[in-house]
Design a binder for this molecule. Sequence first.
Ligand code: ATP
Length: 459
Amino acid sequence: MSDVMEKLVSLCKRKGFIFQSSEIYGGLNGCWDYGPLGVELLRNIKESWWRSMTYREDVEGIDASILMHAKVWEASGHVEGFNDPMVEDSKTNERFRLDHLLEEAGVECTDLTFDDMAAKVAELGLKSPKGNELTAPRQFNMMFRTHVGPVEDSASVVYLRPETAQGIFVNYLNVQQAMRQKLPFGIAQIGKAFRNEITTKNFLFRTREFEQMEMQYFVKPGEEEKWFDYWKQERRKWFTEALGIPASRLRWHEHGSGELAHYARQAFDIHFEFPFGWDEVEGIHNRGQFDLGQHEEFSGKQLKYFDEAAKEKFVPAVVETSIGASRSTMMVLSNAYDEEEVKGETRTVMRFHPKIAPLKVAILPLVKRDGMPDIARKIEADLRDHLRVFYDEGGAIGRRYRRMDEVGTPFCVTVDSDTLEDDTVTVRERDSMEQNRVKITDLLGELTNRMANWKHPAA
Ligand code: ATP
């Protein structure tokens, strides 16, 4: 693990962002719990996505169930094709993703099929990381299978959904008709997804239980490319404008032929520069008519759209934007982490975009006397309806500022002896540490303004 990753994992635990799942029992690999500040951050990211995707005329939201009819996953191709190539260490039985092992050995896998990769293993005489022989590569299906009801037979099989998209496809006509939508229109959803990943690593990056934020945009066949380009631009804008990710830490990655998912005709990923290297955060996929076509065939139900103007019926094509909420949180945490020297000491500061920061403002009476706590409590009560505030009167003011820097609170408001004279407070900014005086009556407007105009110092 890189140095920054270690520090991040430790800060996340210490400050109540992320805890290991079932920690007192030794933990469960690939599962994490969000603590008080983590859940606030996650919710802010999801809320930002939801607003940007559904507060518009042409996109509707839904929340479909996690368990679906087993046939959904036959139709979608997941039972047959949702596989990762796997090899095992023949001595220790540790399992590895074949493409990851090959990439570590310097082989670019983007355009390789499963058979190509298997051939490469033989050609290179590839060994496990412990130097042992590897078993023959095989395909491993990543869906979690379980049963509904009391009888565990083949008729009761269900899967924990490995993506949220299918809940949207099977509801597309319900939504279109209920909301009287016309093409092009989209359906957005945020929800849990589960994948039995062969290996989990890099903290929240690759987990077995995670949350996705997906949007499927239904278009007239032939218009996919136009909308694909449109959504590519829209989505990238959200990273820089809503999350404050500097453009220098983002880049596009186009899927090669061996990399394309079974449903995709064209795919671009948005990659972010994580502390462990560049990797995917979001995929924009041109799924064509694959999904709705498959569901028509497997369900026997008509899923055609009737175009009133042209008086024709057809199965729409789909452009999808798919991003992990948990992986976005990992990106936001990595992007925010910073250290700097201040007066001979290291200051750790999480430079979150104020709009998604878990706490927006800390209210700090300089001392616990002279009526300062009362004024501070009054300010806290006034701001609480508008912003997530935090009150702290314990310890030296410098220490309290540092504690707020470490959890990324963009503003500290200090009530001091001048406040008693002129009804002003000190507003201290997290990033620059600059302080200036603001009238208590102007405080909300001032903070809202600064939040809206914030720029990442590296941008
Ligand atoms: P990868 O190649 O990293 O396994 P993928 O290409 O299979 O990802 P998609 O199926 O396109 O991913 O899923 C869309 C998004 O869902 C990803 O961009 C990522 O943000 C998120 N995601 C997918 N798998 C996981 C996982 N195991 N843990 C956390 N987030 C995930």
